[in-house]
Design a protein around this ligand. Structure first.
Ligand SMILES: NC(=O)c1ccc[n+]([C@@H]2O[C@H](COP(=O)([O-])OP(=O)(O)OC[C@H]3O[C@@H](n4cnc5c(N)ncnc54)[C@H](OP(=O)(O)O)[C@@H]3O)[C@@H](O)[C@H]2O)c1
Length: 354
């Protein structure tokens, strides 16, 4: 038995589809909590520490529009055993980018080849990594535009707005009604590379936010941090131009306008970017969370992707390279929050090598 959104129990039909969320963290648990309110059977595959947290508190997912769902501990199907993948019809991959090869290995070992694999990870190469190791399976790219914060007592709060996106593929059609039913509709796109780079451009703020040690809204309200972000975005857009990639517009402003918007004085920025600043006061980037928990960040898959693209064109990306070095230092234990001006001068400091 599962429970619907209004907490009324409903039985699974014989044809119930099984969704396994591989990587039960912030995004995985959030998506799982909402999907669980549909007719699908949902299982979370994750780590023992998350299982323990869920055993104590269950999961509560909420969003900016006051929607809220409680998934009680006794009803949650949480597994630390990848064998749960055996009966999956849809595998939603929500591990961090560095864990994609391991996720692919688990899927290859345990899942049936007819299962659809949908990556809801940041970065531009995760679906490719998964597909490479899962040659007989359909692997699709997805994109989560919103931010989910992990709060105490099993609470997951979606602190910004946006709609899920995925590659337009016939294999996904059958799943769309379920995502619609739980209020997480998926927009389909044919050129997903553009979507991924559009999102990556926004994710360039993750490292700025992580090093600021400030909530996103306060950090974005500080012009010096925005100037750092403007530099990173400008460099990325130039490299994308050389590569012939046109990043999609993911936020309210087109990518090419973002550097101008970011450099605007605070009072202009607040007016022009009111939509962008519509977020929970306490929202932070997951990269900030990784540094706090002394975990490796995804910087190699975000700023690092820009550097790799530049190198593939025999170019360099000095500002993104500098940012990767700063985050790596913080990962290595030299984490000292930087104010916007310090970060700006660190970014602009001449480099000896890349
Ligand atoms: N958080 C956000 O607001 C947000 C928004 C948009 C997109 N994203 C993207 O979504 C992806 C997931 O981010 P997240 O913030 O949800 O990460 P997260 O909270 O770290 O969740 C990932 C979870 O997967 C677990 N995991 C890793 N490998 C596993 C395996 N082989 N088997 C079972 N569990 C495994 C991790 O455990 P360990 O920590 O022990 O490895 C972690 O608990 C990332 O690509 C991120 O960039 C995040």
């Amino acid at each position: 038995m599962t429970r619907s959104i209004d907490n009324q129990p409903h039985a699974h039909s014989a044809s119930t589809q099984h969704i396994v969320i591989l990587g039960a963290g912030a995004i995985g648990c959030y998506l799982g909590a909402w999907l669980h309110t549909t007719a699908a059977q949902v299982s979370l595959l994750g780590r023992p520490r998350v299982a323990e947290r869920i055993r104590q508190h269950g999961l509560t997912a909420s969003d900016l529009n006051q929607r809220k769902i409680k998934w009680s501990a006794s009803e949650i199907s949480f597994s630390t055993d990848p064998d749960v993948l055996k009966t999956a019809d849809l595998i939603v991959v929500t591990v961090k980018s560095a864990d994609s090869p391991e996720a692919a290995k688990l899927i290859a070992q345990h899942a049936k080849s007819s299962a659809l694999v949908l990556s809801f990870q940041n970065g531009v190469g995760n679906a490719m990594v998964l597909q490479h190791d899962l040659p007989g399976m359909t692997v699709l790219s997805g994109m989560v535009p919103f931010n989910v914060a992990t709060l105490p007592e099993g609470r997951l709060h979606c602190a910004t707005e946006g709609q899920l996106c995925a590659e337009d593929h016939s294999a996904l059609q059958a799943w769309l009604p379920l995502f619609n039913a739980c209020g997480l509709p998926i927009q389909l796109h044919t050129n997903f590379e553009q979507i991924q780079w559009g999102k990556l451009i926004l994710n360039l703020n993750n490292s700025v936010n992580a090093l600021s040690d400030m909530p996103l809204k306060a950090q974005l309200s500080d012009r010096a941090y925005r100037q750092c972000l403007a530099l990173l975005i400008e460099e990325t857009i130039q490299i994308l131009k050389w590569a012939g990639i046109q990043p999609a517009k993911i936020s309210k402003a087109p990518p090419a306008l973002l550097p101008f918007l970011m450099r605007a004085p605070n009072f202009i920025f607040r007016r022009l970017a009111a939509g962008m600043l519509k977020m929970d006061e306490n929202a932070r980037s997951s990269m900030w969370e990784d540094l706090q928990l002394q975990r490796k960040t995804e910087v190699d898959y975000i700023n690092g992707a820009v550097i790799n693209l530049a190198h593939s064109l025999a170019q360099t990306a000095p500002l993104n390279s500098r940012m990767v070095s700063l985050v790596k230092k913080a990962e290595a234990g030299e984490y000292r929050p930087k104010d916007g001006h310090q970060l700006l001068s660190d970014l602009l400091r001449p480099q000896t090598s890349q």
